[in-house]
Design a binder for this molecule. Structure first.
Ligand code: BES
Ligand code: MN
Ligand code: MN
Length: 467
């Protein structure tokens, strides 16, 4: 470890060194929830988390198996009269693909400096989303417990299916409301604006994830013998996809916007006050220009507006060289990010009906819904938000900014519906940390700042709760 840190300026305490080593050990487990060939690794990661909870001093832990991946649960009950914080996080990670684009192997964590992370960042799949951010909570708990400063009850619920839709966690929550009873849910699985500008996520988008298949001829055909006379399913698919948005980037599915809540001018101008550097965003992802729904800003496009994106498209010949063929089938995965009040099941149905309605004669269309979730918003007046605000203010020396996020954590609105409890989204990562992309990383500064900030949340939450 010292070897790795030799040219990193940050001086770490003995405990910090250990925390870092443990986190890097955790990152070696390829707990890819989407890929059944990694089931054993996912189980090993669950065991690792349970052991980590035990080592941190958590007196009661268990691994709860589900029809999918296990849930890790831990509990520290100080006094039933005291408030309870439920920490949620996930130990599963996205697939590392495309592997070729990683500068170091995704499950062999290394520390490297970057322009934004001069103190160094750990590079590995899951470094930020969400192993690193979730692990901060276990370490913050350990620190508090060692100091005798935990002011309330703490429950941990760490799942292994967030990246695939949290289906089994949803069932678990519905059946275990008493066990999960709490006063606030604390989550670090979002980002903040910049290293010197913390923010608290006050909203998440919903999601509806679809897959479409177009079938034309009953077999792949010679494109010379049949070409020009029959519909090519890939051409048809592209044509249909292009009809899903108009020239103003509005989604054309009838009824799609019916339930969207338009924000007032005042709310929008309030939101615009959050610092945002468009040049920096373009530079960081290597594009010359941005584009999006007419009438809205880039920040609005990626937070308060619903969107439609093709995530993957395939069919026909995809091997080396060339093959002249009209494929029998074409496929695409299409997702829609939704905003508060849109019902994802309804949107999935609207999509499905519309997509089928625009298909030309001569092809068959199949549409399936993979998964979905509702959007989430929280006011900044809650005790939880105020406690988070105070916590960041103390450790960063500046007030955090409330900000609606563009990503989705479908279990968050579910918690609100089933448990009647709001979640506080205290993210410590940066959007540029390459979540879901090759070379994902999480800064050492961010990791240790998180471990310092979390105990302050507990302290302020309990204080404010009593008032
Ligand atoms: N942690 C992310 C969500 C996130 C990241 C929210 C950054 C805000 C800022 C989470 O793990 C995630 O990736 N969620 C998925 C949804 C899920 C159903 C696959 C997403 O947003 O695509
Ligand atoms: Mn996540
Ligand atoms: Mn994710």
């Amino acid at each position: 470890m010292l070897e790795l840190l030799r040219d990193i300026k940050m001086t770490l305490t003995k405990d910090q060194n250990r925390f870092l080593a443990e986190w890097m050990d955790f990152l070696k487990i390829p707990s890819v929830s989407a890929n059944p060939s990694h089931n054993k690794d996912v189980q090993q990661a669950a065991k690792w988390v349970e052991d980590a909870l035990k080592k941190s001093g958590c007196p009661k832990t268990e691994i709860i198996s589900t029809p999918g991946h296990p849930i890790v649960y831990g509990e520290y009950i100080k006094d039933v009269e005291l408030p309870t914080v439920l920490v949620y996080g996930h130990y599963d990670v996205q697939p590392p693909d495309p592997i070729d684009l990683w500068e170091s192997p995704p499950f062999e964590p290394v520390i490297k400096k970057t322009e934004i992370h001069p103190d160094g960042a750990v590079f590995a799949r899951g470094a930020c989303d969400d192993k690193g951010q979730m692990f901060m909570h276990i370490k913050a708990f350990e620190v508090m417990l060692a100091k005798g400063s935990i002011p309330c009850n703490v429950k941990f619920m760490i799942e292994g299916e967030e990246e695939v839709g949290s289906d089994n966690l949803e069932d678990f929550v519905k059946r275990n409301k008493e066990k999960l009873k709490c006063d606030v849910i604390l989550i670090s699985d979002t980002s903040m604006i910049a290293q010197d500008l913390p923010s608290i996520t006050t909203g998440l988008r919903g999601l509806s994830y679809m897959e479409v298949s177009i079938t034309g001829p009953n077999r792949d055909l010679h494109s010379g013998i049949y070409g020009g006379a029959v519909l090519n399913p890939i051409n048809v698919l592209c044509d249909m996809i292009s009809q899903l948005q108009d020239e103003n980037k509005k989604i054309t599915i009838p009824g799609f916007y019916d339930k969207v809540i338009e924000l007032s001018k005042q709310e929008r101008s309030e939101m615009e006050k959050a610092p945002f550097d468009l040049q920096e965003l373009k530079k960081s992802i290597g594009i010359d220009d941005v584009d999006g729904e007419k009438g809205y800003t880039t920040e609005e496009h990626r937070s308060i507006r619903p969107t439609l994106d093709v995530n993957g498209i395939w069919g026909g010949y995809m091997g080396d060289g060339a093959k002249t063929v009209i494929p029998s089938k074409a496929h695409a995965k299409i997702s829609m990010r939704l905003v508060p009040n849109q019902d994802w099941e309804e949107i999935s149905e609207l999509f499905s009906n519309y997509f089928k309605s625009i298909a030309p004669k001569g092809v068959d269309v199949e549409v399936i819904t993979h998964h979905g979730g509702y959007a989430y918003v929280t006011p900044i007046s809650t005790v939880g938000y105020q406690a988070a605000h105070q916590a960041y203010k103390e450790t960063f020396g500046t007030s955090p900014i409330p900000k609606r996020g563009g990503g989705s954590i479908p279990i968050v609105p579910m918690f609100e519906k089933e448990l009647g409890v709001k979640s506080i989204l205290m993210g410590f990562g940066l959007d540029s940390d390459a979540l879901h992309s090759p070379n994902e990383h999480f800064g050492l500064f961010n990791f240790f700042k998180g471990i310092d900030t979390i105990p302050k949340f507990y302290e302020h939450f309990v204080k404010l709760y009593r008032q």
